[in-house]
Design a protein around this ligand. Sequence first.
Ligand SMILES: *Cc1c(COP(=O)(O)O)cnc(C)c1O
Length: 404
Amino acid sequence: MYKINDNYLKLQGSYLFSTIAKKVNNFKKNNPDNKIISLGIGDVTQPLVPTIINKLHHAVDEMGQVDTFKGYAPDLGYEFLRNAIAEGDYRTRGIDISIDEIFVSDGVKCDAGNIQELFSVDNKIAVCDPVYPVYIDTNVMAGRTGAYNTINQRWSDVIYMPCTTDNNFAPELPKKTPDIIYLCFPNNPTGTAITKDQLQGWVDYANRVKAVIIYDGAYEAYISEDEVPHTIYECEGAKNCAIELKSFSKNAGFTGVRLGYTVVPKELKCDNVSLNTLWARRHGTKYNGAPYIIQRAGEAVYSETGREQLKRQVDYYMNNAKAILEGLRSAGYSVYGGINAPYIWCKTPNNITSWEFFDYLLEEANVVGTPGIGFGPQGEGYFRLTAFSTYENTIEAIERIKKL
Ligand SMILES: *Cc1c(COP(=O)(O)O)cnc(C)c1O
């Protein structure tokens, strides 16, 4: 008789977004004439830029010609894309990443979820609190997290690194030594970033305690401040301890197109075993790669016109972020993030809970955001707003909140 993998039975329900949807639908039913504005979405809304659309059309046509048709893609991804990445994301910043250290994928959620397979289930993970839930749930599935405590909402074997106003949302080195450290900067959900010096501290720590850092750079394109690093490999020694994940979802609007990549440096070794070799094997065995057409679209992201058009798109969202930051600040709210990321992390007024504030905004302003508690216990008393709506809706939502 077959049995279910016990680890899957330990997963906690994805309470957050289903509860939001339920509350919003309920409100709509009772107030059919009210216009609800969502600043809760963690998804882009602007269409793909023209350069990318042209490239997609061209690649589709190539697939219909006998001399340019493509079958199975190379395991690591097409060289034209890996060359563009090595040049555009690394060499231009003075960093040498070779193309056989770059693994093209269909996005970072999968890579963040799958990369833990390389490590022993005995390894201890450290995550920020609040956190992008994928890092935890994939380790629950792997059996690495221990027992769940429903009262404090924590897994017994996970090392939590609180990110609060006390540390400006930059985690401190954990007291217990982890084996695998998940970092994401600029951060979702807090929208905050850390400096290169701060990140260097993490790299030095990881090398000292022989931990591996899994660095999620999904929001790199939104960085506006000079002291914020664009890749972990700007830090000395990072190639010995860090894996970097990069997504095309937020910088190029590929949430529905699907493309990402992972860098596993050749220097990254555990007891002389190369993680690059293991990941290459895993990629070749369990993964089919991103489609040719999409990899061509990814190449266009690095072209001169692609860059210009995408910069305008990022500027559009960051203009929304500025409006949210300034509007809420002038209304007396304490707000964080929004400078190097499309997320604003807002303290709830009068210390009400995240869910109380959610209900209040929905009912009184017809604005939807995301309760901070949904990202971890330290998110209680906070609220995430995103800059991914239209400018007009963003302005209207903020005006409504200011009038409360
Ligand atoms: C949106 C997001 C991603 C992107 O994941 P894809 O699977 O590439 O769309 C990755 N990490 C974080 C923290 C995100 O918020």
